[in-house]
Design a protein around this ligand. Structure first.
Ligand SMILES: Cc1ncc(C[n+]2csc(CCOP(=O)(O)OP(=O)(O)O)c2C)c(N)n1
Length: 390
């Protein structure tokens, strides 16, 4: 619908120069020594750019498990030869006591900021590691757990050119990849039989390709952590982390589209959508080709996972905050194509329809309590699988 090939002269063209300061010799030698260790994990936090080919060569040599945050943007592009090192299920795996103990590492290297996973954060904190190195181009020490022992301020690309260790015994990495395999088996089974926000998001992620995916705060980013499987699909993922605000997310999606000039897909909850609904006006101001999937669970679904959800008397007024709104009329107001769906089949049918407007809005009606119960069923299933080995 939109010609993204022709340069848009009205857009802001920014030429950026990457951080060029070389990593010091001392830091390089320090890292090379660490990369020789066998029981190491590499954690990749948010990284908006496209990783160079040298990254994959580095991973193949390193032979460590690579715990990839959905915002690391490597879940969408691992070549076959490096796929077995990518762990995209650690949030679930690290909820299992036996597995957590079995895979305690000798060394941790994190590139970029701390990933979204709470289970990972708790584990890193409990390990009290002797060697936890954060390589981050930010001059700030982004370390909410105060668990980092070394901070190297450098651009991540400075790491991929380092020597990453000779042949290693791959038993440690194999444990992670075996658990990762069991996890995705459980998810596949679960997604075949259940219908909730998580499984619907999984379906959406599985069929996404050649687009930018913008994730709202709250459950969308967490559902991506749980259900976005590493596979080649040329999807770049964005989210506003910062203070985890649910504000400005619709506008962010249009901003990403203006910068990248290719189709965009936004996954967002009903409250976050309501918060920035007027961001839709951007569609009249710039070329747009955007699909917005709203998970409408009538309020803040994330709070159902917290202990206060058992506090029946005040919970809905203080946390659930239902609005009772549906966004059909909002779609009409902004000239958006609209579909309301409740099932996997309906979601697939809506996504498969021809796109006839700059903005397509798919409103998925779900139930908060059912979402939480179904999520917990998956953890039970995954734990059952892991119990057999760990
Ligand atoms: C600007 C802002 N206000 C309030 C919050 C607190 N908050 C965090 S999650 C959330 C609920 C979000 O609901 P929704 O967008 O529908 O997503 P869901 O939780 O259902 O996935 C709220 C209000 C916030 N993070 N940012």
């Amino acid at each position: 619908m939109i010609d993204f090939e022709t340069p848009d002269r009205t857009g802001l063209a920014v030429t950026s120069f990457p951080l060029t300061a070389e990593m010091s010799q001392e830091a390089q030698q320090f890292l090379v020594k660490i990369f020789n260790k066998e029981r190491g994990i590499l954690i990749l936090g948010e990284h908006a750019g496209i990783l160079p080919d040298s990254f994959w060569e580095f991973i193949r040599q390193l032979q460590w498990p690579v715990l990839a945050d959905p915002l690391s943007n490597i879940r969408g592009g691992a070549p076959e030869s490096a796929q077995r090192f990518i762990v995209d299920s650690y949030d679930a795996l690290l909820k299992h006591d036996g597995f957590r103990k079995a895979v305690e590492p000798d060394v941790i290297v994190r590139i970029g900021p701390q990933p979204v996973s709470k289970a990972l954060a708790l584990w890193l904190n409990s390990l009290e590691p002797a060697l936890y190195v954060a390589v981050d181009e930010s001059p700030m020490m982004r370390d909410p757990q105060s668990a980092v022992t070394h901070h190297i301020q450098a651009a991540s690309d400075a790491v991929w050119t380092l020597e990453s260790g000779g042949t290693k015994e791959s038993h440690y990495a194999n444990q992670w990849s075996e658990a990762n395999r069991l996890y995705w088996e459980a998810v596949r089974e679960h997604a075949d039989t259940e219908t909730d926000e998580g499984t619907l998001a999984h379906l959406l992620f599985e069929q996404s390709s050649e687009c930018d995916l913008i994730l709202s705060s709250s459950m969308p980013i967490r559902d991506a952590d749980t259900f976005y499987r590493s596979a080649p699909r040329n999807v770049r993922i964005y989210a506003n982390r910062g203070a985890n605000g649910i504000d400005g997310v619709v506008s962010t999606a249009f901003g990403v589209q203006a910068a990248n000039r290719r189709p965009a897909l936004l996954l967002i909850g009903d409250l976050a959508f309501l918060h920035d609904m007027n961001g839709l006006i951007a569609a009249t101001l710039q070329p747009s080709d955007i699909t917005i999937v709203i998970m409408n669970n009538n309020g803040g679904g994330i709070f159902s996972y917290l202990p206060q959800s058992g506090e029946e008397r005040h919970y809905e007024a203080l946390f659930g905050t239902p609005t009772g709104l549906s966004f059909k009329d909002a779609a009409a107001m902004y000239g958006a194509q609209y579909d309301a769906v409740q099932s996997k089949e309906e979601l697939m049918a809506a996504l498969g329809k021809e796109k006839t407007a700059a903005v397509r809005l798919i409103e998925v009606f779900t139930n908060r309590r059912h979402n939480t119960e179904t999520h917990r069923k998956l953890w039970g299933k995954v734990n059952g699988r892991l119990d057999e080995r760990w």
